[in-house]
Design a protein around this ligand. Structure first.
Ligand SMILES: [Mg+2]
Length: 276
C-alpha cells in the first residue's frame, strides 16, 4: 500500500488559526515527508484561488499538484505557478444551478435575518458565503434555506463551519453536487486512485463529510471538541470509524502539521523516521 495523494485542508489544519500553538518545525517536516516520497499533494480549502496562493507564499508551503478551492466548488491542476481550472468539474456541479448566477441565488436568501454576506473575495462562481452568529440554530436555518432554494428549482448544498478563533459562524451555499468529498472523489477518478492510496486531513465543519467517509482521514488535535465529537459520531454511523484517526500528540502536541505527520505515520508506518 502506497500513499499517492495527500489531501489537506489549510486553515486550522496545515497552518495555525490562532486557536492553539504550532509545534516548531512541524510544517517544514511535513514538506520534507511529502517531497522525499514523491507524494502528490492537494490543498482542499474554503479559500479561493488567490487566497490559497497567498497562504502558500505567506507560510512557504510546498507547491501542490492540485488545489480544491472554494469548499470543493473549484478544482485546479497546478504546475508551479501555472494553475488550470478543471472545467469538467465546473460543468458537472453547474448542472445544479442551471442558468442561475450567484447574485440571483443571493436574492432568494436576502430577506433572512441574521445572514451577513461575506466579503467579495470569499464569493465564487459556484459559492455564496455568509457569516452567521455561532449561537444561531443553524440546522433550522439550513432547512429553511434549502426549502427556499427548492422553490426556485435550485439544488444547493449548505455547509456550516465555526471559526472558533474569531467566534464566527460560516455558511457556504454550493451546488448540491459540490463539497470537499465529492471534489476529492472526482480527482481520484481522474488520477485512477483507490481510497487506500489517499489520506485527508482536516479540522472543522466543512471537513466533516471527508472525515466520516471511506477515505483514510486525520483529525488534527487542535480541532474543537464539538468537531471531534461530530466527526466520530458520523464516522461511526457510516461504518468508517477505522478510517478516522484523531491525532493526540505522540511526539509533539498533535496540532496542525504535527498532527498531520502523526496521522500519516499511523496509516503508513513505513514512512516513519522520514521527514524529521
Ligand atoms: Mg480548516
Amino acid at each position: 500500500m502506497t500513499l499517492r495523494l495527500f489531501c489537506t485542508d489549510l486553515d486550522g489544519t496545515l497552518i495555525p488559526d490562532g486557536y492553539c500553538a504550532e509545534s516548531p518545525g512541524a510544517r517544514q517536516a511535513f514538506a520534507r515527508l511529502i517531497a522525499w516520497h514523491g507524494i502528490q499533494l492537494a490543498y482542499v480549502s474554503g479559500r479561493n484561488r488567490l487566497l490559497v496562493q497567498q497562504v502558500i507564499e505567506d507560510y512557504q508551503l510546498p507547491y501542490p499538484h492540485y488545489v480544491i478551492a472554494d469548499v470543493g466548488s473549484s478544482i485546479y491542476s497546478c504546475y508551479g505557478h501555472n494553475w488550470t481550472l478543471m472545467q469538467g468539474w465546473h460543468q458537472y456541479i453547474g448542472l445544479d444551478w442551471v442558468g442561475c448566477s450567484v447574485n440571483e441565488l443571493y436574492d432568494c436568501f436576502a430577506k433572512i435575518p441574521g445572514l451577513v454576506l461575506q466579503e467579495s473575495e470569499h464569493q465564487g462562481r459556484y459559492k455564496l458565503s455568509f457569516y452567521v452568529s455561532p449561537e444561531i440554530d443553524h440546522t433550522a436555518l439550513i432547512r429553511h434555506m434549502q426549502a427556499l432554494a427548492a422553490t426556485h428549482q435550485l439544488a444547493v448544498s449548505l455547509i456550516y463551519s465555526v471559526d472558533h478563533a474569531n467566534n464566527l459562524g460560516l455558511l457556504d451555499v454550493l451546488p448540491a453536487a459540490a463539497n470537499k468529498l465529492a471534489a476529492i472523489r472526482y480527482l481520484m477518478l481522474q488520477l485512477g486512485l483507490r481510497p487506500d492510496e489517499v489520506v485527508f486531513a482536516g479540522d472543522s465543519g466543512n471537513d466533516l463529510d471527508v472525515l466520516s467517509s471511506e477515505l483514510p482521514a486525520i483529525l488534527v488535535a487542535n480541532a474543537h471538541e464539538s468537531v471531534r465529537h461530530e466527526a466520530l459520531r458520523r464516522a461511526e454511523q457510516a461504518g468508517h470509524r477505522d478510517q478516522l484517526y484523531v491525532a493526540q500528540g505522540v511526539k509533539g502536541k498533535g496540532h496542525y502539521a504535527d498532527g498531520i505527520i502523526e496521522g500519516i505515520h499511523f496509516y503508513f508506518p513505513d514512512l516513519r523516521g522520514v521527514g524529521k
